[in-house]
Each structure stands twice: as C-alpha cells, then as structure tokens.
Design a protein around this ligand. Sequence first.
Ligand SMILES: Nc1ncnc2c1ncn2[C@@H]1O[C@H](COP(=O)(O)OP(=O)(O)OP(=O)(O)O)[C@@H](O)[C@H]1O
Ligand SMILES: [Mg+2]
Length: 247
Amino acid sequence: MIELIDVHKSFGKKQVLRGVNLRIPAGECLVILGRSGAGKSVLLKHIVGLIQPDRGRVIVEGVDINRIPESKLYKIRKNIGFVFQGSALFDSMSVFDNVALPLVEEGLLDESEIRRRVMEVLELVELQEALNLMPSELSGGMRKRVAIARALVAQPKYVLYDEPTTDIDPITSERINDLIIELNTDVGVTSVVVTHDIHSTLRIADRIVLLSGGIIKVDVKREHVWEVDDPEFQEFIKVFKMLKNIE
Ligand SMILES: Nc1ncnc2c1ncn2[C@@H]1O[C@H](COP(=O)(O)OP(=O)(O)OP(=O)(O)O)[C@@H](O)[C@H]1O
Ligand SMILES: [Mg+2]
C-alpha cells in the first residue's frame, strides 16, 4: 500500500501541493486527473522519493520513505516501476540497453536471463523488432512503449505511469490500456496512472481522483463517476457523459 499524508510541496513561492491525502491499496488501479500544472507529476515523483515533501509523509508498505537511508530507499524503489512523462530514455543507449538497465544495475541476473526478460517485456509492448534501434530512431509512441517496457522489466509490484497514452494513436493507446489492465488484474500490479485521457481513464480505473488547487478534490470509485457533481470533474468527463446519454 502507498499512502500520502498531508503532503505539502512548494517551489519558491509557488505552492503546488497543499495537503494531499491519498491512500492507494495494493491491487488497485488508480487514475489521477488534473489540469496541466496541477502537480500530478510532482505527486508521482513523491512516491518514489525523487521529490521530498516540505511537510507531510509518504508511506510505502509501512515505511516513511523520507526517513530512511538511501540504501533502503533503493530497495523500495526496486518494487516500483516509473514511466516518465517524457519517457526519459538514455539517448546513447539502444532500446535493448535502455530496457535492460534496471536489471543490469541490480546485478543479480546473468546475461542470458536479462536478455530473456528484456525480450519478454519488449514483446508485451510489441517492440521486439526494435531492440537494436537508438531512441533518436523512434517515434514518440515507440519511446513511450520503451519506457513502459523498462518500467516493467524488474517485475515491480507497483507501476506509476505518467501520461502513458498521451500523443499516441488510438489503436496503440488501446493496447497500452489493455496492458495496464492485464498487469493489474492478472499479475496483481498496483497501478497509478496520471492522464488527461478520459477514454483510457474510464477503461482502466478502479478509482479516480482529481488533483486541483493542491489537494485531492474528488475521490470516486469508477462505478460512481457519473454521479460526481464537482464542476471541474464534470468538465473532464463531459464529452463521455454526452456519448453515454446518446447510447
Ligand atoms: N523541479 C521543479 N522545480 C520548480 N518547479 C517545478 C518543478 N517541478 C514542477 N514544478 C512546478 O510545479 C507545478 C506542477 O508541475 P507538474 O509537472 O507536476 O504538473 P502536471 O500536473 O504534471 O502538468 P502536465 O499535465 O502539464 O504534465 C508547475 O507549476 C511546475 O512549474
Ligand atoms: Mg505532468
């Protein structure tokens, strides 16, 4: 389980998070909605300790990750895959090497086992043909899928996806949605997905929260989305509500 308790974060005078309280139980697929600049990426980075809160706590499996030595944080991070918004691939490394990196750094597996695992996740994202390409030779959607493969390669218990389907064609997006659902339901991966993509949200989410004004303003189970009367939340789902009514 992941828990954020009263998390505050400012950059200079800009208050981004003003007391975020969020509990993410194991096995859940949680979607975080919010406008650009609302602090969604900042929130995700708190969960892996890439950003420390000014106030409040971030608890992962019972451990306050900001009160432990770096070596212990490293162990906790190994359980968490992170798909960065901009993919964050290493430009000087091939697709294969980018994806293999978490396993190579871990140093526990031999070369053939690493190769097997890398090919397995590349197949999941349908990029097994691209293993020798360099990031500069990839489309945006391919880069994103490489980033997803890299996040999955060490078989994490938690995967945090920062806009996994943004700028991706609807067919590839749907495959990514399927993959997120599959990992969540078949493998039991706890998923936290930041997105603007409402179609994707409605397909994958067990629960949806809206980050606004630095706090969690709406927190709702998937089956109750149509009942939320918050105007900003309604704005997000508006088009889909119309489509639903047409059906
Ligand atoms: N390292 C940083 N230093 C200073 N300001 C930052 C830093 N990271 C984020 N911010 C600021 O925090 C605010 C929230 O940024 P964040 O990237 O979390 O937004 P977001 O909700 O992910 O938006 P988007 O949907 O556009 O990705 C922005 O105003 C941004 O400028
Ligand atoms: Mg962001």
